[in-house]
Every structure is written in structure tokens, then in C-alpha cells.
Design a protein around this ligand. Structure first.
Ligand code: FES
Length: 125
């Protein structure tokens, strides 16, 4: 029997959810931790913490990739970025999260596709 709930949790509307791996397998020096902190300030700077363009962020101990990190995934598009540096994270926030333009050269996977990677020239391998 399911216990009755007198009040449901509240989730404010959001447009995107960004997952940052902070684990050590994809990024041995755990640069993902610093990226996760930086993401908060970038989202605030770009006005993406509130309103209809709100972006949620979450850190994960592992996203199941475990190489080529730090790994950052953006949903609902299901776009996965690899080797994310602070400079690339800033581009992701400004160009993808705010501007809606995926940074193709840094994408290695898309939700719904098989195991693919894209080279810096955009070619699939
Ligand atoms: S430790 Fe980052 S994907 Fe597994």
C-alpha cells in the first residue's frame, strides 16, 4: 500500500538540465569539481538561474563514460561534451544554454544515437 502524501514536492519550471561529472575516472585531477562551481557563476552571470530559461545543474560522481573528461551533458537535447575546460564551459553556457547553438566540435555523443564520436572537424568516427 502506498502511503498517502499530503503535499507533493515542488519543482519550478526549467528549460535545461546540465549534468557535470565530478568523478576521477574521466578526469584524474577531478577538474569537474571546479567546473561545477564555475557553472553556477556562469549561469548567474548570463541570467539563467530563474525564469523560463532557467537551467538546473547537478553534479554526478560518474556518468558512465570514464574517459575524455571532464564530461558535461545537456538535457533535454541529450548533448554530451567531452574534455570540457573552463573556456569550453563558458562557451557551452553562452552559445548553447543561452543561444541555443550546440558546439558541434566538442560533442562526442547525442541521446538516441549509437556510440559515436565527432572529431574537431565535425566528422563522425
Ligand atoms: S568518472 Fe566521469 S564519467 Fe565516469
Amino acid at each position: 500500500m502506498v502511503a498517502p502524501f499530503d503535499r507533493l514536492p515542488l519543482m519550478e519550471r526549467y528549460a535545461r538540465h546540465v549534468l557535470v561529472c565530478t568523478g576521477s575516472f574521466c578526469s584524474p585531477s577531478r577538474q569537474g569539481r571546479a567546473l561545477y562551481s564555475l557553472l553556477a557563476s556562469l549561469l548567474q552571470r548570463e541570467g539563467l538561474l530563474f525564469g523560463p530559461t532557467r537551467v538546473k545543474r547537478s553534479e554526478a560522481p560518474c556518468l558512465g563514460v570514464c574517459s575524455g573528461g571532464p564530461i558535461v551533458a545537456v538535457y533535454p537535447e541529450g548533448i554530451w561534451y567531452h574534455n570540457v575546460s573552463p573556456a569550453l564551459l563558458e562557451r557551452i553556457v553562452v552559445e548553447h544554454l543561452k543561444g541555443g547553438r550546440v558546439i558541434e566540435a566538442a560533442v562526442f555523443h547525442r541521446m538516441g544515437e549509437g556510440a559515436t564520436t565527432s572529431g574537431k572537424d565535425g566528422s563522425s568516427r
